[in-house]
Ligand binder design. Structure first.
Ligand code: PDD
Length: 300
C-alpha cells in the first residue's frame, strides 16, 4: 500500500491517519456533515501497543468487523490493510507504548436518517502515549457504584454513540467512584467502559456474552488465561446481590487491564483490598503481556 503524506516531518505533534493520508493532527479536518458528527453513526476500537506490538490485533479487527456488520457498513479495509495503516501510525508517532484509536463512520452526506447511497466511509486513526495506571492505584483498588443500565439493546457493538456511557461514567465520578457497574433487569451487565468479573470462594464469574455487553478483548483474555491455568472461570449471570457479596470484583479493559474494585457503593468489597485471585490473574496477565512485548504474540 502506498501512502501519501502532507508532511515529511517526523513531527512531535501527533500524526494521524484520515481517509488514506497521514498528517499532523491539527491538519486533519472532517466535514460537519459527517454522519459520525451528525448522528454518531460509526464504530471504533481502542488497541494498546506494548513495546511496539499491537496487542491482540486480530481479535480487535474481528470485533471491528462485527461492529461494522452490526451497523450495516461494509469494512473499508481488510485485516492486512488495517495492519499496514496501524503499523505506519506506530512508526510515525513516538514511543513504544501507545494506545491506538480507530474510527469508521458512514461518511459525509446530506443530513437524512436513511443510509446514503455510494458514500465513502470516513476512516480515522490516531495514537496517544499509553499511560499505565499507577501501581499504587492498582494495589489499593478503586471504588465503583451500581447504576441502572440506561443503554440500548445492541451493547455488543462498539459504536461511537457513547452518550449513555458518558452520563453513567460521570455519575460514578460525581459519587466519588471511578466506574459505574451497570444493572439491567436484575443482572449485572458491564461497566460504563469496562467488563466486570466477580470472585466467590475462588470461583471467577463474568456475565455471558450477548447483546447486553461488549465482548471485551481483555475479558476474553482473562477467561482464556484463567482456563488455561486451571482457575475455575464461569460465564454466568451475576445479580447485584452476588456482586455486593463477592470476595473480589475486577474491571477489565484495554486501557485499565485488570483493575480491582475494593469499594462498591461505599462499602468494602471482601477484605477491602485487592484479593488473591486478582493477584494470580494479574501475574498471568503480566506474563502473557511480557510474551507479547518480546515477540508480538504469546501463548495463554
Ligand atoms: N472501552 N465495555 C465497554 C462498554 C467498553 O467501552 C470497553 C472498552 C470494554 C472493555 O473492552 P476491551 O477489553 O476490548 O477494551 C467493555 C474502551 C477502552 C474505550 O472506550 O476507551
Amino acid at each position: 500500500m502506498n501512502f501519501s503524506s502532507c508532511s515529511s516531518n517526523k513531527a512531535r505533534v501527533p500524526i494521524v491517519y484520515l481517509n488514506g493520508r497521514f498528517m499532523p493532527l491539527e491538519e486533519a479536518a472532517i466535514s460537519p456533515l459527517d454522519r459520525g458528527f451528525i448522528f454518531g453513526d460509526g464504530v471504533y476500537e481502542v488497541i494498546p501497543v506494548y513495546n511496539g506490538h499491537l496487542f491482540r490485533l486480530d481479535e480487535h479487527l474481528r470485533r471491528l468487523d462485527l461492529s461494522l456488520a452490526g451497523i450495516r457498513l461494509a469494512p473499508p479495509h481488510d485485516h492486512r490493510a488495517w495492519r499496514t495503516i496501524l503499523e505506519e501510525i506506530l512508526r510515525r508517532n513516538p514511543g513504544t507504548e501507545q494506545s491506538v484509536y480507530l474510527q469508521v463512520t458512514r461518511g459525509v452526506a446530506r443530513r437524512d436518517h436513511a443510509f446514503p447511497q455510494d458514500t465513502r466511509p470516513t476512516v480515522f486513526v490516531m495514537s496517544s502515549p499509553l499511560e499505565p495506571m499507577a501501581d499504587s492505584v492498582r494495589q489499593r483498588g478503586v471504588a465503583a457504584v451500581l447504576l441502572e443500565d440506561i443503554r440500548w439493546q445492541y451493547c455488543h457493538l462498539k459504536t461511537i454513540a457513547l452518550l449513555p456511557n458518558l452520563l453513567l461514567r460521570q455519575e460514578a465520578l460525581d459519587r466519588g467512584a471511578v466506574e459505574a457497574v451497570l444493572v439491567r433487569d436484575g443482572e449485572v451487565t458491564e461497566g460504563a467502559a469496562s467488563n466486570v468479573f466477580a470472585v466467590h470462594g475462588g470461583r471467577v464469574v463474568t456475565p455471558p456474552k450477548g447483546p447486553r455487553l461488549l465482548p471485551g478483548i481483555t475479558r476474553d483474555l482473562v477467561v482464556e488465561l484463567g482456563r488455561a491455568h486451571g482457575l475455575p472461570v464461569a460465564e454466568e449471570t451475576i445479580t447485584p446481590e452476588q456482586l455486593r457479596t463477592a470476595d473480589e470484583i475486577w474491571l477489565t479493559s484495554s486501557t485499565r487491564e485488570i483493575l480491582p474494585v475494593t469499594r462498591l457503593d461505599g462499602r468494602p468489597v471482601g477484605s477491602g483490598s485487592p484479593g488473591p485471585c486478582w493477584q494470580r490473574m494479574m501475574a498471568l496477565y503480566a506474563h502473557y503481556k511480557a510474551g507479547y512485548r518480546n515477540a508480538g504474540r504469546a501463548e495463554a
